[in-house]
Design a protein around this ligand. Structure first.
Ligand code: WQD
Length: 342
């Protein structure tokens, strides 16, 4: 029998890519979103890519407990992938309560509904932010978490704990997987879905593509005096399609009863670090465009260097990142051009 997966925040950047991969893997998907940080562009793109006009879309807020219970009643869902959350680090420093309330309450509502339903699987989108500035790189799942620097980061750490405690208390009735993403970038090769930042982008790649297309004058490279080979920060940039596929592996693992523990954690990264400068240069080379940039002071709160040891995900889940940085950056550029109507 076909299994059904609920994707909360399924109309956003990562959620829309995950929806595509789930459908292509043969799952039925219910998309739920309150459109607080996206419009219908990606959902329409998902329908085009998959050729499926009938994907159920529920406009709802996961902070509304009654609405969460209703969607669990209305659809025969076997698992939920929970993305619905605010994600701007800087904004979370200014509006901590908004972040704690939204990100914690929405997830607790999902867990409560999962617990009530029983025999249920929950996949939570966590982040490498839980490792803070690691003492040793690459980081494995056993690398200790560090106190979060921002309320946003803290919501990820807290939601990880909330899921683990809930799984433990349910004695096998609720199972969970935490995926810790490194730096998701890129877009679907069709250029029909991608990242749609509101206002000035915080993240590197949308800032690069917007500068290259002329929407922004100049990219600031935050710091070139870090203790790294070229002085700029080191990250593990993971293609969003590869990342999306990791969700399919994780959901399948849960639904096929292949988990080794009731709550599992996986790093989702490439295992290869790339510097901010190397990324800018690679973008210019593969796309044949210039990115106007300048060196700016370090950005407060930035980590110097972090990348994943993805061995566990590779060996245990059978998932591995396959897309090259060139393919990824070409897709990011194609998406920006698609948005500009070029
Ligand atoms: C990457 C590198 C910057 C912008 C953040 C969150 C994390 C996760 C992903 C998501 C850094 C440099 C950036 C720019 C730059 N959360 N940079 N100029 O900070 O690694 O991770 O996003 O929802 O929790 O903290 O990603 O893309 O912002 O930065 O030089 O204009 O690029 O300093 O070294 P980060 P990022």
């Amino acid at each position: 029998m076909k299994k059904t997966v609920l994707v909360s925040g399924g109309a956003g950047f990562i959620g829309s890519h995950v929806t595509v991969e789930l459908i292509e893997a043969g799952y039925d998907v219910v998309v739920a979103d309150n459109f607080s940080n996206c419009d219908h562009t990606c959902f329409e793109g998902v329908k085009k890519i998959t050729g499926r006009e009938d994907i159920p879309l529920v406009e709802m807020d996961f902070c509304d407990a009654a609405a969460v219970k209703k969607i669990f009643r209305d659809y025969p869902i076997d698992a939920v992938i929970h993305f619905a959350a605010y994600k701007a680090v800087g904004e979370s420093v200014e509006k901590p309560l908004m972040y704690y309330k939204n990100n914690l309450l929405s997830f607790m509502n999902v867990l409560e509904a999962a617990q009530e339903k029983g025999n249920f699987n929950v996949l939570f989108s966590s982040s490498a932010t839980v490792y803070g500035e690691p003492d040793k790189v690459p980081v494995t799942e056993k690398t200790p978490r560090k106190p979060a620097i921002s309320p946003y980061g803290n919501t990820k750490t807290m939601c990880e704990d909330i899921l683990q405690d809930t799984v433990k208390a349910s004695h096998g009735s609720v199972k969970g997987i935490l995926l810790r993403y490194f730096n998701p970038i890129g877009a679907h090769p069709s250029a029909l879905i991608g990242e749609l930042p509101r206002g000035v982008p915080n993240n590197l790649v949308p800032f690069i593509t917007q500068t290259a297309i002329g929407k922004r004058e100049c990219l600031s490279i935050f710091g070139d005096d870090y203790p790294t080979p070229d002085g700029t920060g080191l990250r593990d940039f993971i293609d969003v399609v590869d990342l999306a596929k990791a969700h399919v592996f994780a959901v399948t693992r849960m639904l096929e009863g292949k988990m080794k523990k009731d709550c599992e954690i996986f790093n989702i990264g490439t295992g290869t670090p790339l510097s901010v400068m190397e990324l800018v240069k690679a973008f210019e080379k593969v796309n044949g465009v210039k990115v106007n940039y300048r060196i700016a002071p370090r950005r407060p709160g930035d980590i110097i260097a972090i990348w994943a040891d993805p061995t566990l995900a590779n060996e245990e889940m059978g998932w591995k990142a396959t897309r090259s940085i060139e393919e990824t950056l070409a897709a990011a550029w194609a998406w920006e051009k698609h948005l500009a109507g070029k």
